[in-house]
Design a protein around this ligand. Structure first.
Ligand SMILES: Nc1ncnc2c1ncn2[C@@H]1O[C@H](COP(=O)(O)OP(=O)(O)OP(=O)(O)O)[C@@H](O)[C@H]1O
Length: 940
């Protein structure tokens, strides 16, 4: 049965089932307004009494099975107050978030506040009062100011800031109860919250009006876009960034579609964005992120508009801001193109006018299902014109080569017939001219080929690395790093082996065709024999190529093993020295390298066979020619035809030889390139259909998650359900190997649950853009590494921050004293792995790196294990002030003493959870045993 209780005669307690609270307004004559839902108060919570607070009444409606009781004794009400105010404040606040730099405030704390300091609450309710000044509070409505000393509610993620510095003092509801201030404070706060609820009701009505206005604006935007398209069709210049708010993302989508071209990846607007991008540049970056495109800033060279650097996004100052322009290279120069209409707005120097020298290239990713040829197509994209030019040059060189047999035939024929030589001077001059032109074309072709090779190699490396960066962590777990690096270097090895070979193959093939055609014209029987010879050469390519491919396929794993082994030996050198195993290490390296070399020599063996063929073939060819000429064709040829045939036949044989040896080189490189499918076959973890999570609040939920490393492997995480409220400090403890780090890997999306789901703010991680989630996390893993660079580089990681931010992060991580004692401060160089720093210092650099971007969620896996107790407490204290959700895995129990919730794991399951005190009270529990063991071994 539903019970309705209008409060007015004292606070009530929610019993047995939650109660819904509604707000009603009493009108003149006692009539009540329509009910506005306010919040659901959990069992044990309080329905506050707001009688006498103007026109407001609270209506409490218990859910089935519930009831409302009188509060047994006001002296017991603190906990009930906390539950009620949390629910009320949460409902009013919605998803508004405190500023990133807000510090968390806990009951019992007194915090000095500088100008601009902001304090936020934690999952537990506390009350803040300004000392030495007034407090300004924001909880979803307009800012409100509170006089010095007046308790201000901080429930969950509310925030306050002192108006003019001073200090902020925090206390609990219990403290207020003892000082007799609680009930007045509760009443005042409830009335305030209800006023906000009313405003929100009014806002809901206004929202309808706003949505109509928004639709109107969208209509106007559509009309404006249509107008632009129409003006583009007639070639009128349209200013690029006249976009009204709603249009920026649309223009950014069009710009990226134009730059990535037809057949590119789907370009999509970011999902769930809360704020419009400030300008077109920001919109382009947002769309690039949501479409999985990597943007690369490049410095443009002098007279860049004449060179082909691929499609570019340029920036130009316009109308007091910066606009983004699309620059496409066509017919020898860059043109500025309107992304929506395709109209050319300016060309050459005019297109470059005012464009900043820093432009952006867009890296098109491989499709999810990619192949090695696909890598080369994408890497070499835009090189079509170069390839056509190369083919054209090859045809010219082959045509010019025809002059040699024809002119030689005429000259030697004339000599043989002792006719006048006077007319032949021109023939000789023609030959010289053809030779000269062929040489010049050859040089130009070679230079162009070098450019094509460099461009393709660079493009292919970019495509491969782009793909590699998108692959999930488990891909790298299953593939050795040495082997992977050697596989990727295969592109460079292949380029070096094939440098010049492809061009030679092209020109030789065209020359062979030209000579074959000439032989057929001069003597069809000899043409037939020459065609037979060409087919025999192709057969030889087939046979030798097969042998080379088989041998190369066998040689490559041996080469990878040798490289991998060298890599492992060098990175484990200290362990080798400790074990006195230098001799054994050397022997192992030598054995593997020698084997790799011997397998490679078997490939080279085929090339030796080819060299022998190359020595014999011209003589054999000449013999064949003479046999045919002296036999079946005796007396049928004029002398000039005979000499022309002789030269043409020799040139054909030469070209065939080049084709055979070049093809074998090319075939030897194929297995190396085919290995790149290791990378192309990996499935990227980020696909465009994954949603942008927006700004996360930090609530994390694991729902019945089960996971094992491999389909048939036993479950390492077994049916785990856990909810971590936003802003909470949760610790995970348990014996070694119980699955703590694995749980963290699941939260970070490094692994995917076999069953169940991980949620961030109620959004399933499996459907979210993992990078966007990780960007909001500060993570220190057990095996975190420093890289070679300065301390500042190491703290900044991939981003760049001001010195103040670096020093602030160092202070939070307890690294400031160490930096002060280093002669070069943050500019101190650190080697790869951080060898010149102590283990504790390395850990603190990693912590500073995790905290510098003020993350919403902090994940620490044994991040403070090497710190002494004092430093560790300092780190705990500073992370506490960051108002982030904290999930900490720790072996040392002193690290987790102040956690809001300690989760105890054993064999992949959660076996206990509670506060430190509650768990220590369970004497037969695993936590108590772990704690006792640490006390005995003095671990703590
Ligand atoms: N990459 C992996 N492949 C296969 N099994 C793994 C892998 N990583 C961890 N495991 C296994 O999963 C189990 C849980 O390991 P996990 O590292 O999550 O434990 P942990 O509780 O963090 O241990 P510790 O406190 O020692 O770090 C262990 O049995 C471990 O052997």
């Amino acid at each position: 049965m539903t019970v309705e209780t209008v409060t007015g005669d004292g606070a009530l307690l929610v019993v047995d089932a939650p109660s819904d609270l509604f707000l009603v307004r009493t009108r003149a004559g006692g009539a009540r307004s329509r009910r506005h839902f306010v919040a659901r108060i959990p069992v044990g919570g309080l329905v506050p009494d707001v009688a006498g607070a103007g026109v407001w009444r609270l209506l409490a409606v218990p859910l089935p099975g519930g009831r409302l009781d009188r509060l047994p004794a006001p002296a017991d009400g603190a906990e009930a107050v906390d539950l009620a105010l949390s629910a009320l404040a949460g409902a009013v606040r919605g998803d508004r978030e405190p500023p990133r730099d807000a510090r968390a405030l806990y009951a019992g704390q007194v915090e000095a506040a500088g100008p601009g300091s902001v304090f936020t609450g934690t999952p537990a309710v506390c009350w803040a009062r300004g000392a030495g000044g007034r407090l300004v509070r924001n909880d979803g409505g307009p800012d409100e100011t509170f006089e010095e000393g007046v308790p201000v509610l901080l429930a969950g993620r509310d925030w306050v800031r002192p108006e003019r510095g001073g200090a902020v003092e925090a206390c609990s509801s219990d403290d207020l109860l003892r000082s007799g201030e609680l009930w007045t404070a509760v009443r005042d706060q409830t009335v305030r919250l209800l006023r906000l609820v009313e405003r929100q009701g009014e806002a809901a009505d206004a929202a309808l009006l706003t949505s109509l206005t928004a639709r109107e604006r969208a209509n106007r935007a559509a009309v404006s876009r249509a107008t632009r398209i129409a003006s583009g069709l007639v070639g009128a210049r349209v200013t690029a960034d006249r976009a009204v708010d709603g249009e920026r993302l649309g223009r950014a989508v069009a710009a990226l579609r134009l730059i990535t071209g037809a057949g590119g990846p789907p370009i999509v607007e970011p999902a769930g964005r809360r704020a419009e991008p400030a300008d077109l540049d920001e919109a382009v970056r947002a769309v690039a992120r949501s479409s999985s495109l990597h943007l690369r800033d490049v410095q443009l060279p002098e007279s860049w508009w004449k060179q082909d650097l691929g499609p570019l996004l340029g920036r130009r100052a316009e109308g007091g801001g910066t606009t983004v322009v699309c620059l496409v290279h066509r017919r020898g120069r860059y043109r500025e193109v309107d992304p929506e209409t395709g109209a050319v707005l300016a060309s050459g120097r005019a297109a470059a006018a005012g464009v900043s020298r820093t432009a952006t290239q867009v890296q098109r990713p491989l499709p999810v299902e990619a192949s090695v040829p696909g890598v080369f197509r994408l890497g070499g994209a835009g090189g079509g014109a170069d390839l056509a030019a190369l083919a054209g040059c090859g045809v010219v060189v082959a045509a010019l080569a025809l002059a040699a047999p024809i002119v030689t035939g005429r000259v030697l024929g004339a000599l043989a017939e002792r006719v006048s030589m006077s007319g032949l001077t021109w023939s000789a001059l023609l030959l010289v001219a053809c030779g000269g032109v062929a040489a010049l074309v050859g040089v130009a072709t070679n230079l162009r080929m070098l450019r094509v090779e460099g461009r393709v190699e660079h493009g292919v490396q970019l495509v491969l690395w782009d793909r590699l960066m998108r692959l999930p962590v488990r891909f790298f777990r299953d593939t050795g790093s040495g082997e992977l690096a050697n596989t990727l270097l295969g592109v460079t090895f292949a380029r070096e082996a094939l440098s010049g070979v492809i061009l030679l193959l092209l020109t030789s093939s065209l020359t062979a065709l030209a000579m074959l055609a000439l032989v057929w014209v001069l003597s069809p029987p000899l043409g037939l024999a020459s065609t037979g010879l060409a087919l025999a050469a192709l057969l030889l390519v087939g046979v030798l190529g097969r042998v080379v491919i088989v041998r190369q396929r066998r040689a490559l794993p041996a080469e990878h093993r040798a490289v991998s082994s060298a890599h492992q030996l060098i990175s484990g050198i200290s362990k080798i020295k400790l074990a006195g195993a230098e001799q054994r290490a050397f022997a192992r390296w030598f054995e593997q390298t020698a084997y790799a070399r011997s397998t490679l020599n078997r490939v080279r063996g085929v090339q030796a066979v080819l060299r022998a063929v190359a020595t014999v073939l011209p003589i054999a060819g000449q013999l064949l020619l003479f046999t045919i000429l002296a036999g079946p064709l005796a007396g049928t040829l004029a002398p000039d035809d005979f000499f022309a045939l002789d030269v043409a036949f020799l040139m054909l044989v030469g070209a065939l030889l080049v084709i055979v040896s070049g093809s074998v080189e090319l075939l030897a490189a194929l297995p190396r390139l085919a290995e790149l499918r290791v990378v192309t076959a990996g499935v990227p973890e980020r696909t465009p259909d994954r949603a942008d999570p927006g700004d996360l609040r930090g609530e994390i939920t694991l729902q019945e998650v089960t996971f094992g490393y491999g389909p048939d492997a036993p479950a390492v995480i077994d049916d785990v359900t856990l909810r971590v409220p936003a802003g909470a400090f949760v610790a995970i403890v348990g014996p070694s190997g119980c699955g703590k780090s694995t749980l963290l890997r699941l939260l970070l999306g490094f692994e995917s649950p076999a069953q169940g789901s991980v949620y961030y703010d109620n959004q399933d991680l499996a459907e979210l853009d993992l990078q966007a989630v990780r960007r909001q996390c500060g993570v220190v893993l057990q095996d975190g590494q420093l890289f070679a660079g300065t301390l500042r580089d190491n703290v900044c990681g991939a981003a760049s921050y001001s010195l103040e931010r670096v020093l602030e992060a160092a202070r939070l991580a307890g690294l400031d004293d160490d930096i002060a004692h280093l002669p070069m401060g943050v500019a101190t160089m650190v080697p790869h792995g951080g060898g010149t720093l102590s283990v504790g210092q390395r850990q603190r650099v990693l912590i500073a790196r995790a905290l510098i971007h003020r993350p919403r969620m902090i994940f620490f896996d044994e991040a403070t294990s090497a710190l002494d107790n004092r430093t560790q407490e300092r780190v705990t204290e500073s992370t506490r002030q960051l108002s982030a959700t904290r999930l900490v895995i720790a072996h040392r129990l002193s690290t987790v003493r102040h956690a809001d919730l300690i989760v105890v794991m054993d064999k992949g399951r959660i076996v206990q959870q509670g506060t430190f005190t509650a768990l220590m009270a369970q004497k037969d529990g695993l936590f108590f045993q772990l704690a006792r063991r640490q006390l005995v071994t003095g671990d703590e």
